[in-house]
Write a protein that binds this ligand. Structure first.
Ligand SMILES: NC(=O)C1=CN([C@@H]2O[C@H](COP(=O)(O)OP(=O)(O)OC[C@H]3O[C@@H](n4cnc5c(N)ncnc54)[C@H](OP(=O)(O)O)[C@@H]3O)[C@@H](O)[C@H]2O)C=CC1
Ligand SMILES: CC(C)(CO)C(=O)C(=O)O
Length: 313
């Protein structure tokens, strides 16, 4: 399959690398020039579960796509939420009538933006439990395992969604076709709505946070707000199952030692965070439905205060 990875930071590099290694025709697209230049000069370098890997994958700056002759079957969106709209504008020359676009960003409601740039029946949405970290331009660390869920948004596009699922699974990305992707996105948002903001504020990884005596109470309070807001939209979530899924993140043998992507953004790279698309989205939806969301509101404010104190850009 001809695949564009649109947003080739840590996660885009992971997916690009694994899809390239399983025989797909992949190109990487990003707005970070130094990263693109490094990949084109020296290959994409990765520590893949302890093994040093270098793959030659063509990489393009997103402003240069008008000159690129590559009609993609599939575009996988992996920007940060704040960069999504700019990337969608840049991608226009590469979107053919049949190009499918799969969004795997963390957060809630990205389809509202994507549908302004992509035909509704070509939009596929999902979420992933894979992890990845950027070490510097052209270099990533990829450890542990993961999975992803996806579904078509447009009616009658199940077969296309299953075909994408197959291609991703052949790359050992463990993809599942979901019958209820909105619930799945909310379940993942509960993980990010707890782990990302809390580990960032508390300067911890997930194992360290999960080992504290306060972890269960705080996590339950936040998840209750997500579940209540989801219910108001007729999205039914199994709260005990979500709490159990979050606890699994504390395991140092799986992803517990990972610093969530929000920590990587703010604490390591001094960049603005996606908090407004995770806990902030619950506060906005809560207001719409008359539901009080004090924990999400406070965590959103705290992260913004920290962004200001650190002068994040
Ligand atoms: N990392 C993870 O483990 C996980 C991340 N996700 C989600 O996947 C999506 C993509 O996240 P992720 O891959 O972590 O994003 P990254 O932070 O690795 O990359 C996103 C973009 O930020 C810019 N950038 C990143 N680092 C630097 C740097 N040091 N200097 C300059 N620019 C930089 C680049 O674009 P530009 O120059 O255009 O700004 C890059 O494409 C997000 O929605 C995230 O929440 C989901 C699951 C796990
Ligand atoms: C690994 C995980 C699940 C932590 O919340 C994640 O999605 C992230 O780092 O953004």
């Amino acid at each position: 399959m001809k695949i564009i990875i649109a947003g080739s930071g840590a996660m885009g590099s992971r997916f690009g690398l694994m899809l390239h290694r399983s025989g797909n025709d992949v190109i990487l697209v990003d707005g970070w020039k130094e990263h693109i230049d490094k990949i084109n000069n020296d290959g994409l370098q990765a520590n893949l579960n302890g093994e040093e890997v270098v793959e030659k994958i063509p990489a393009y700056h997103q402003d240069d796509l008008a000159d690129v002759d590559f009609s993609a079957d599939l575009v996988i969106l992996f920007t940060k939420a704040m960069q999504l709209e700019t990337m969608l504008k840049s991608l226009q020359p590469c979107l053919a009538e049949e190009t499918k676009v799969l969004c795997l960003l963390n957060g809630i409601g990205h389809e509202d933006i994507i549908k302004n740039y992509v035909k509704f029946e070509n939009i596929f949405i999902g979420n992933t439990m894979w992890t990845a970290g950027m070490d510097g331009p052209g270099r990533v660390t990829l450890f542990g395992s993961g999975s992803l869920d996806l579904q078509n948004l447009g009616a009658g596009k199940e077969e296309a969604a299953k075909e994408i699922t197959k291609v991703l699974s052949e790359a050992e990305l463990h993809a599942n076709f979901s019958e209820d992707i909105l619930a799945s996105i909310y379940r993942k948002a509960c993980v990010n709505g707890t782990m990302n903001g809390l580990c960032t504020m508390l300067n911890s990884n997930m194992t360290e946070f999960g080992g504290t005596t306060y972890a269960d109470d705080i996590v339950e309070a936040i998840v209750t707000e997500f579940v209540t807001v989801a219910k108001a939209q007729n999205i039914e979530l199994d709260q005990p199952a979500i709490l159990a899924q979050i606890k699994k993140c504390y395991d140092p043998e799986t992803i517990g030692l990972h610093h969530p992507s929000m920590y990587q953004d703010l604490i390591i790279n001094n960049r603005l965070t996606e908090i407004d698309y995770i806990n902030g989205a619950i506060v906005r939806k809560g207001k719409e439905f008359g539901i009080s969301t004090p924990y999400c509101a406070f965590l959103t404010q705290l992260i913004h205060v920290k962004e200001e104190i650190l002068g994040a850009k």
